[in-house]
Design a protein around this ligand. Sequence first.
Ligand SMILES: Nc1ncnc2c1ncn2[C@@H]1O[C@H](COP(=O)(O)OP(=O)(O)OP(=O)(O)O)[C@@H](O)[C@H]1O
Ligand SMILES: [Mg+2]
Length: 339
Amino acid sequence: MTVILSIETSCDETACALLQEGRRLLASVVASQMEIHARYGGVFPEVASRQHVLSIYPVVQQTLQQASLTLQEVDAIAVTRGPGLAGSLVVGVNAAKGISLASGKPLVAVNHLEGHIYSAWLHEAAEQNPAPAPQFPLLALLVSGGHTELNLMHDHLQYQRLGATLDDAAGEAFDKVARLLHLPYPGGPAIEQAAAQGNPAAYPFPRAWLEGSYNFSFSGLKTAVLREVRRQEAANQPLPVQDLAASFQAAVVEVLLTKTLQAARTYGVQNIVIGGGVSANRALRAAFLAQKDYTVHIPPLKYCTDNAAMIASAGFYRFQQGHIAELDFDVLPTWTLSS
Ligand SMILES: Nc1ncnc2c1ncn2[C@@H]1O[C@H](COP(=O)(O)OP(=O)(O)OP(=O)(O)O)[C@@H](O)[C@H]1O
Ligand SMILES: [Mg+2]
């Protein structure tokens, strides 16, 4: 039974996890800095880096304690190498190197984006009958704060990018539109909450279909919301935040679902995996689960946003394939999935 200890510090969460056989989660600890950054309306890189330094060792200790394991019982250390904030990544990578050196356990460098995809493999240790693992070939829709892309996977760790966003990431669009609607940071959960009371058909916001490609674009949608907000504000009308949020969310969900299903049909794929912060969105989850033609794997809610459990899962499959990192590797703040 292979046990992976993983570390994730790519942005503003200091996280560590212990995972057995790529799927069974023994422990997961996430120290969030969200409250600190909320006052800036976004992540403040230098503050994030310093907070990681303060949190990393207590978080690793707590994870080992949670699973009642020692480092000797771990088979490999997986760590996020990129993409992310350089000053944040470097804290996790150096901690992982130190732990690897001290324990003699091999290091595995993981791409944060493949982590988001592999969050769909996770299940809690206590679960008696976990859902079957996703089956290849599959489509992986990654919808996070900084990325939106659709990948075809024929096997573990093989990513064929079919399309990506040409401008804003889906999560970024949620965050920007939340700001327009005077909702708090992070915008995704705030929009979702407001949208729950709103009418998704109130405003026919544009859908960028970009026919003939699997690319996405959300900036036109964001501008359409901005225009409507300005119009209402100029008329001194109270902003119909709930209807605007619901109509915006409906447009994002419709495009993500339609394009993914189109690709599934074209490539003859039965399994679809969704990951990244926006996969926590209940309207998106409901839309994907409502269709019955494909088997959809969506991570448990708490593993949609940044965590280390997902890094352990991707790390397990890398470790299995013998991807061991040397101690002198550096962080890759702009690392893509297919490079
Ligand atoms: N319920 C939700 N509905 C919609 N969006 C959400 C929801 N919860 C979180 N998000 C969005 O998810 C994003 C955060 O996700 P994630 O942690 O995956 O992104 P990130 O790590 O900042 O970016 P990346 O992984 O691309 O580097 C934010 O943009 C946030 O608004
Ligand atoms: Mg992320």
